[in-house]
Design a protein around this ligand. Structure first.
Ligand code: GLU
Length: 388
């Protein structure tokens, strides 16, 4: 069958492809150290699981409102008020099938053919592809390791044209782990307001911060930027709920209404009993989140020390998320050559930087156990030395 032209414009997700390959190798009995997909290895906290089980037992198994369970929308609005100083009502919130779906809804709702969307590189693999699926043009602005992989206000200003619709901000960042300071965020907000564009702020990693780094929601910088901000987030990373598929989008009521209409014709509501788990996540104890963050902090330190000791690999210090994004330039290999050889010869899975618009880097996720990290870093060391 002849496929739609839009399919030919997008490439399959490399983060998912590498993860699938690593899991298939494990299923064949091979011992694989996987640093590929960004998926916490912890079980979902027990009180969240119990809340979903209770919802199931109580028969919360029917269709619900496409926008999400009212109680969950309210809990999200309160979280945004309390933790992010963003004043939203339930009409400003939609519950989605994960952070990825939040962004997809948003792009479909706001981008017209020919609209430009500014995406700083390195970027998360799906941003440009989703923009293309929505018939927009991803405008990639390269950032450098020297600059901590952060876009500067000048770079943003220069990239904006009359066709610019949206700017994608992601802090803490996947894949680099960098976190913009509140001052840096405010400076970007000034440009967005001055040029009268919109920003989508992907804050899915906001709770995974280290060494005193601070998360600042751009929409809280001023009333003017609040009006131009849409926040995208979800429960997967902080609450170890990757497979639950619960995310949310918050922003101007007309944008949210448009997303609800799209969702009403695409997925309908998010799995009803999963939403009750999400309510428990927000309303219950946050201790498990902090315990996981502390475990990530230890792994991060170990991985940073280990990678720093490998000759030829360099990286800017990441303050958030659970990724390290070292440069492999000195090996002379492309990121695909590097990743494929590392997986074949040493059974270590990493994501090639080309997936994120940086072919001279690889992404290492430390959302995995310490034994895997220790063994994997030894193997990475051997591999890199063999190539220098
Ligand atoms: N966001 C995670 C990652 O980058 C999960 C995989 C995906 O959806 O791309 O590894």
């Amino acid at each position: 069958m002849k496929l739609a032209a839009r399919v030919g414009q997008v490439t399959p997700s490399l983060t998912l492809a590498v993860d699938t390959k690593a899991k298939a190798m494990k299923a064949e009995g091979l011992s694989v150290c996987s640093f590929s997909v960004g998926e916490p290895d912890f079980p979902t906290p027990a009180h969240i699981v119990q809340a979903a089980q209770k919802a199931l037992a109580e028969g919360k198994t029917k269709y619900g409102p496409a926008a999400g369970e009212p109680k969950l929308r309210e809990a999200i609005a309160q979280k945004l008020q309390k933790e992010n100083s963003l004043c939203y009502g339930t009409e400003n919130v939609i519950v989605t099938n994960g952070g990825k779906h939040s962004l997809f809804n948003l792009f479909l709702a706001t981008i017209e053919p020919g609209d430009d969307v500014i995406i700083p590189a390195p970027y998360w693999v799906s941003y440009p592809e989703m923009v293309k699926l929505a018939a927009g043009n991803p405008v990639i602005v390269k950032t450098t390791a020297k600059n901590g992989f952060k876009i500067t206000p000048e770079q943003l200003r220069q990239a904006i044209t009359p066709q610019t619709r949206l700017f994608v901000l992601n802090s803490p960042s996947n894949p680099t782990g960098m976190v913009y300071t509140p001052e840096e965020i405010r400076a970007l907000a000034d440009v967005i307001v001055e040029k009268d564009i919109y920003v989508v702020s992907d804050e899915i990693y906001e709770k995974l911060l280290y060494d005193g780094a601070e998360h600042f929601s751009i929409g809280a910088a001023s009333p003017e930027i609040y009006d131009r901000t849409i926040v995208s987030s979800g429960f997967a990373k902080a609450y170890s709920m990757t497979g639950w598929r619960v995310g949310f989008l918050a922003g101007p009521a007309d944008v949210i209404r448009a997303c609800i209409t799209i969702q009403g014709h695409s997925t309908s509501n998010v799995c009803t009993f999963a939403q009750y788990g999400a309510i428990a996540a927000l309303e219950g104890s946050q201790e498990p989140v902090e315990a996981m963050r502390q475990a990530f902090a230890q792994r991060r330190q170990y991985m940073m020390d280990a990678v720093q000791a490998i000759p030829g690999l360099t990286f800017p210090r990441p303050d958030g998320a659970f990724y390290l994004f070292p440069s492999i330039q000195q090996t002379g290999l492309t990121s695909l050559e590097f990743s494929e050889a590392l997986l074949t010869e040493y059974q270590v899975a990493v994501v090639p930087g080309i997936a994120f618009g940086a072919d001279d880097c690889i992404r290492l996720s430390y959302a995995t156990d310490m034994d895997t990290i220790k063994k994997g870093m030894e193997l990475l060391d051997k591999f890199v030395r063999s190539r220098l």
